[in-house]
Design a protein around this ligand. Structure first.
Ligand code: G6P
Length: 458
């Protein structure tokens, strides 16, 4: 088939796939791309004083990667600004944290234009272009202005927000209108897609056709739901690797027969980390006899640290973890092991396998691949239990998890107790159902379904 050109802000195909850290877009794309002839294009993560558009091309683990450097002003206004201070909080329903700065919007438009101008000369007529995530919403419009006629699809890794919140964004119509230059718009869940449809009907006076086509702004675009998955076999191989097994053994030894609960999340306010720690504290409070027999390993790599809201949440979590440990720890037991670092993929797989409970409780999340990785890593004969927020995209597929409302401390506390005391038979039954979903909708399935739907568009 034709080449697949993947475009995303963050391009990080690890040289050694086992070395990649936590889930998310970059890991999924590198797994998805390894089997395709094509190119992965995006920001290098580096800055240069004046934008040149010069491409750096390299082969990483069988994937050709082409990146450009951005100017510091682009990084401030486009990445830290519009992407991470405006769209990210807005799409996660945190309008209290959303910055509405005109200069951010201008930097976002400028940087998207730059990406389009650098990509356009690389394109061949039958290339299929697949653009990812909220950083690059207007890019199809910019490519069309440069005369690009290729199929262009878009996949949103985050939630799409409710219309009532989206309209707080100045120029929201302009942003949504630009999406009608794609041939296909993909969402993680039916819920996010329906919110998009509702916006089109109400704000753009558009029409939603049966079968998922929407018409507005004198154009039309096909919509679809494509839940992202993980590279199951790659993850199992990582779990069973020497380092995966060593990590498992190391944890088992240090746990000294205590049950481990695990959480792995970027340090982000959308992940519900404060609520999670408070829920765990409630559990300790409600179940004095279980204290000392359990501990929480919370792995939380620092993320987007140039943005003040991220610095704030970091400080609050430091204080909260410290307070809970100070209040409950004993001379030979600490309730929370809180780590601001990343682990290799094979180590993470070993960690998940050693955990009796996986605690995945975001307040709002596009999908959440940690939930799927946790399930994949379990021992089929003695699996752990997944506690999953009903507000994660993954909940639409993973109804056999213990679904919780992460805003309620008491509900979190009850779920932790239930997970820790669940009989083996029930754990196995739930795990089998969840593992089936994880296998059936793996990352290759996601990629193939999307590309097939994009090719079907004319
Ligand atoms: C989320 C976004 C991705 C992003 C990732 C890490 O998963 O949907 O687009 O790459 O977070 O964030 P960062 O800002 O470090 O790329």
């Amino acid at each position: 088939m034709s080449r697949l050109i993947v475009v995303s802000n963050r391009v990080s195909a690890p040289k050694d796939p086992a070395a990649g850290s936590a889930g998310g877009l970059a890991m999924a794309l590198s797994a998805a791309l390894r089997k395709y002839d094509g190119l992965w294009f995006g920001w290098s993560g580096e800055t240069v004083e004046h934008f040149t558009g010069e491409l750096k091309t390299e082969d990483r683990a069988g994937v050709t990667v082409a990146t450009v450097d951005l100017e510091p002003q682009d990084v401030d206004e486009y990445y830290n600004g519009y992407a991470n201070k405006t769209l990210w909080p807005l799409f996660h329903h945190r309008i209290d944290l959303t910055a509405y700065e005109r200069s951010y919007g201008e930097g976002y438009e400028r940087t998207n234009r730059r990406f389009a101008e650098v990509l356009q000369p690389l394109l061949q007529p039958d290339d299929v272009i697949w653009i990812h995530d909220y950083h690059m919403i207007p890019m199809a419009r910019d490519l069309r202005r440069l005369g690009v006629k290729n199929r262009i699809g878009f996949f949103l890794h985050t939630p799409w927000p409710a219309r009532q919140l989206l309209v707080t964004l100045p120029h929201h119509r302009r942003l949504v209108k630009s999406m009608f230059h794609f041939d296909l718009l993909g969402f993680q869940t039916r819920e996010w897609m329906e919110l998009f449809q509702r916006y089109v009907e109400v704000e753009a006076k558009g029409v939603v056709r049966p079968g998922g086509r929407v018409e507005a702004f004198d154009r039309s675009v096909q919509l679809g739901v494509f839940p992202i998955g993980i590279d199951v076999d790659g993850f199992l191989a990582a779990r069973d690797s020497l380092l995966g097994q060593k990590t498992y053994d190391r944890i088992a030894a240090s746990a000294a027969f205590r049950s481990m609960i695990v959480g792995v999340d970027r340090l982000d306010y959308s992940k519900g980390l404060e609520q999670r720690l408070l829920g765990y504290e409630q559990f300790l409070e409600d179940n004095p006899s279980m204290r000392g027999d359990v501990f929480l390993l919370q792995v939380t790599p620092i993320s987007r640290d140039d943005v003040d809201t991220y610095q704030d949440i970091r400080a609050r979590l430091d204080a909260l973890a410290g307070r809970i440990n100070g209040a409950y720890a004993d001379m030979d037991w600490q309730p929370i092991r809180y780590l601001n670092r990343t682990f290799r993929r094979d180590q993470l797989a070993g960690i998940y396998r050693a955990a009796r409970v996986g605690l995945v409780t975001p307040l709002r999340d596009g999908m959440n691949l940690v939930a799927k990785e946790y399930v994949a890593a379990q021992d089929p004969e003695d699996p752990g239990v997944l506690i999953l927020s009903r507000f994660a995209g993954a909940a639409e597929q993973m109804g056999e998890a213990l679904l919780v409302n992460p805003f309620s401390r008491e509900e979190l506390s009850d779920a932790i107790r239930k997970a820790l005391t669940m009989p083996l038979e029930e754990r196995i039954r739930k795990w089998k159902a969840l593992m089936q979903v994880v296998r059936d909708t793996d990352v290759a399935h996601w990629r193939d379904q999307f590309v097939r739907a994009l090719l079907a568009e004319s």
